[in-house]
Design a protein around this ligand. Sequence first.
Ligand code: EPU
Length: 467
Amino acid sequence: MVPSNQPLWGLFYLSNSSQPFTIRRMIIKDYDKFIIGGLGGEKKLRGTVEIKGAKNAALKAMAAAVLFDGLVTIDNVPETKDIHTMSEILKSLGTRVEWKESTNKGTKVLEIDSSKITSTDIDLELAKSMRASVVLTGPILARFGKVSFPAPGGCVIGERPIDLFLEGYQKMGAKINLDGDIYKIEAQNGLEGADIFFDIQSVGGTETLMMVAVLAKGTTILKNCATEPEISSVAEWLNSCGANISGIGTTTLLIKGTDGKPFSSNNSYKTIPDRIEAGSFLILGALCARELQITKCKPDHMEAVINLLKKSGVSIKVGQEEIIITNNSKDRVPFKAVNVRTHEYPGFPTDLQAPMAVFLTQALGESSVFETIFEGRFKYAEDLIGMGADIKILNSREIVVKGPSVLKQLPEGEDLYAHDIRAGFAVVLAALVSKGTSKINNINLIDRGYQRLEERLKLLGADVRRV
Ligand code: EPU
């Protein structure tokens, strides 16, 4: 929550991992806001929402474009802020990046040509604004034998170290220097295949080392890999362009490198549907819609969330590429409390933890929400408590939500706040469920992951304005 009378600069909350709920003030810019008219618990929304391509897959395919000595096309790219940031970083290296219309109506294609890269230094300011930029360090290092980039530091959802990346680069023969807060990494004689065991299953770590290994000398074995569908889809695409990755979708990847030779093939990458966006709309449907059809999604990638919502009593029909919520009236038996424990794929995604907690404020009984991936992902809980939710924050990993609660707009003079992309969606949800009108600050964070959310919500009948 932030007071609404802040001038151009406002408040920003950042946790410190050793004192998880210490609140620290920082300056933020005066970003766009959402004004949302709440439904007061009614389920009045209805219609169809088409799911965009997964930003977390498209971002990695964009990074992988550096492995090619020529043109790469990426289809079904969501027009989110993170994609634009990645495109700016690529351009600052000398890459040509252009948006084109896709032959698939309503989607966009990115053309990326990395044949004339002039720099291996990742722009400091741009990199600091998006953690995913660290994934780009792998392809640059693999292709040019050197890269420099800023130490990412902590971020709003936790410390987010890069030790797994650095250990992997070292094992493959790179030398690492930290000059102030700039990492300078070099592998003058090229990178060698290695046997690498990840202590933690890391999405970015797996993707990055995989992208390094495809151009390295010899064979790399990556063990305890993350298995998120975004990783597999990029791996399959790289294979279609000449890479040799086996074990895709499992926790062990065996990769035979090209000995430094970049790829030249121009197979288009088709971005897979965004399972987190689809899950976000599914939870929104359960809370706010009488009927909702979610199309162009991949339900197979969403079993954990579909399963938990069904257990709680949400009526969901699952098709090949669509999910439908039907007959979801307010007068039905209330949803039941369920426990949530985030987990690497295929478990319950950390990125749906905050939206799910909003759902649980409307379910009968006591639910525990346990966050196993990131240690700083409960800041939104304060906002929900301010709106009337019965939530106990036990520690930086666990909250207990008791429902159902009547949510109301915050007291006069206080606004909601998007703490990160997904917590931002969660407060949008809370505002829609609640009685009264809410203002949400700092929605640039929501724009990082959801394409023009307000327009899509309006099509479903929601009262949402961007100011
Ligand atoms: N970790 C380390 N050392 C490392 C790398 C990671 O300790 O070198 C730890 C992290 O601190 C975390 C755990 O490993 O505790 C898992 O993090 P992971 O590396 O898997 O996360 P990521 O690659 O940084 C991606 C998504 C996140 C999503 C997580 C988990 C992208 C661009 N980001 O982050 O998405 O939450 O995987 O599924 O793919 C979002 O879209 O809103 C978002 C935050």
